[in-house]
Design a binder for this molecule. Structure first.
Ligand code: PGA
Length: 258
């Protein structure tokens, strides 16, 4: 059985003080949900170290929101995989829609980052998802296939063991509009089938596929209750313990189902 992963993507939010305080609140409650649910927070780069220090020894994992694909060297402003590991990161989010659509990242760049992160020892949360116009034009599956193909080019099954997929329809991110459970399940099932044919069916059954896009306490249980939804990548609602913890609780409740 796949273990739920509830990941908080803080994006370009929090201060050092508020981030550390939030980490402290999560560390205090996470022990109650471990090992049923894996909890992860992804703070902005400057706060990785103080947040990791606050989380030290707790059940909450830490990850980064991006990385560069080159080894340390003359790449002004970028952050290398080994630096993230040095700060305590276990995960890195790659291919987030804001990096694709605001910062202009291509599938080729995302692929280089994915391969560098996995070979450097990080787990990758690879985000894929369609724009509203693409969904309306009936191109959702085609877009997902293209992003999966591009992002995972040259990634072997052994390497892909370090992979989590996040389905994040762009029209649902930060908009308050959530995909219906049926829309999410249909995309997740499609992604799992893609993984089965690109790798093997047995492998595809092990890969966790998270849903992201306006996940909140009141919709978490229905979304997480779908057969192919193995967790959530949460933006806005991850910025306060009072809105993030109920999502962890929903996963915990479902994970004890028989
Ligand atoms: P949201 O963001 O929960 O604020 O919609 C999700 C994400 O972008 O990862």
């Amino acid at each position: 059985m796949r273990r739920f992963l509830i990941a908080g993507n803080w994006k370009m939010n929090t201060t050092r003080q508020s981030g550390v305080a939030l980490a402290g609140e999560l560390a205090a409650v996470a022990a109650n949900y471990d090992p049923a649910v894996e909890v992860l927070v992804c703070p902005p780069h400057p706060y990785l170290i103080p947040v990791a220090e606050k989380l030290g020894g707790s059940a909450v994992q830490i990850g980064a929101q991006d990385c560069y694909f080159q080894a340390p060297g003359a790449f002004t402003g970028e952050v290398a995989v080994e630096m993230l590991k040095d700060c305590g990161c276990r995960y890195v989010i790659l291919g987030h829609s804001e990096r694709r659509h605001v910062l202009g990242e291509t599938d080729e760049i995302i692929n280089r980052k994915t391969r560098a992160a996995i070979s450097g020892g990080l787990h990758v949360i690879l985000c894929v998802g369609e724009l509203l116009s693409e969904r309306q034009a009936g191109q959702t599956e085609e877009v997902l296939d293209r992003q999966m193909q591009g992002g995972l080019s040259g990634v072997t099954e052994a390497e892909a063991e370090h992979l989590v997929i996040a389905y994040e329809p762009v029209w649902a991110i930060g908009t308050g509009v959530t995909a219906t459970p049926e829309q999410a399940e249909s995309a997740h099932e499609h992604l799992r089938n893609w993984l089965a044919s690109r790798y093997t069916p047995a492998f595809s059954e092990r890969v966790r596929i998270l849903y992201g896009g306006s996940v909140k306490a009141d919709n978490a249980e229905t979304l997480l209750g779908q057969a192919n939804v193995d967790g959530a990548l949460v933006g806005g609602a991850s910025l306060k313990a009072s809105t993030f913890v109920p999502i962890i609780e929903a996963a915990c409740k479902l994970s004890t189902r028989t």
